[in-house]
Write a protein that binds this ligand. Structure first.
Ligand SMILES: [Zn+2]
Length: 261
């Protein structure tokens, strides 16, 4: 990335989104740390911006002193171990506050004033699998046993993001809790999805005109939830559910006949 472009980008983030100020409010659980949480947070954020693929790469960059010019001269920069310790005890709520502030600013500045698709503000919702590991797990992990009999631990979340024109913005996510029946299933995408859009509505109000989702969401509780917050739902219907399509086509046909008659 070219230096002046980088400088411009960071000062824009700082001016419009108060990023510097917000990063200073991030917290972690380290006791009397020698490296500021804000320094570590900025390095990790910067690594995301540069799409660094692994902590090994980040370690390499730290050793090469690649971050030196981004900080005032006397700032102490961390080794990778300090970054690990910080992230593993990170105060997620403070991170959520920063994200919410960014999204609120986006809406306040009317970034989506022209909609994202044909003048309409469209958000999509979908489930994703994250933190897959065969070595590490926590009490909330979901599990799957593969053909070799190896247990894989992972989590699932539903994510809501704007779709269509740029910027594609992640408005929020919701972790799916494990089902309470001792099985290895999660509580279900629709349950998590409903919780997510309700939360987004409380925080950002009319965050979309339309919410799109895949065939999994072709269920009354989901459609009702979307309509209850004053938005329209678009759901992709798969071939297996063709009877629904037939019903709809029949209905359209009769409406047309009524209109014509
Ligand atoms: Zn886990």
């Amino acid at each position: 990335m070219n230096k002046s472009y980088l400088k411009q980008m960071l000062s824009y983030f700082s001016k419009v989104y108060q990023l510097g100020e917000k990063i200073k409010r991030l917290k972690d659980g380290r006791l009397s740390p020698q490296i500021e949480t804000s320094t570590i947070s900025f390095i990790v954020l910067f690594a995301f911006i540069c799409r660094l693929r692994s902590f090994n790469r980040l370690e390499h960059w730290l050793e090469k002193g690649r971050f030196k010019n981004l900080f005032p001269k006397k700032t102490r920069l961390p080794h990778i171990d300090a970054i690990r310790r910080s992230l593993s005890s990170f105060d997620i709520d403070s991170l959520h506050d920063m994200h919410d502030h960014i999204i609120k600013t986006i809406f306040k500045n009317k970034v989506f004033r022209n909609g994202t698709i044909d003048g309409i503000k469209v958000a999509a919702i979908d489930g994703v699998e994250i933190f897959e590991s065969i070595n590490k797990s926590c009490e909330k992990c979901l599990t799957r046993v593969d053909k070799q009999g190896i247990t894989h631990y992972f989590h699932r979340a539903v994510v809501c993001a704007t779709v269509g024109s740029d910027p594609h913005t992640v408005l929020g996510y919701e972790m799916l809790e494990p089902k309470n029946d001792g099985s290895d299933k999660d509580e279900g995408e629709i349950t998590g999805g409903k919780r997510l859009i309700r939360k987004l509505y409380e925080k950002f109000h009319h965050f979309a005109d339309v919410i799109v989702a895949d065939a999994l969401y072709c269920k009354a509780p989901w459609l009702k939830e979307v309509v209850s917050i004053g938005m329209d739902a678009v759901v992709r219907v798969k071939d297996e559910r063709l009877h629904i399509v037939k019903d709809a086509l029949g209905l359209f046909q009769s409406v047309r006949q009524i209109n014509n008659g």
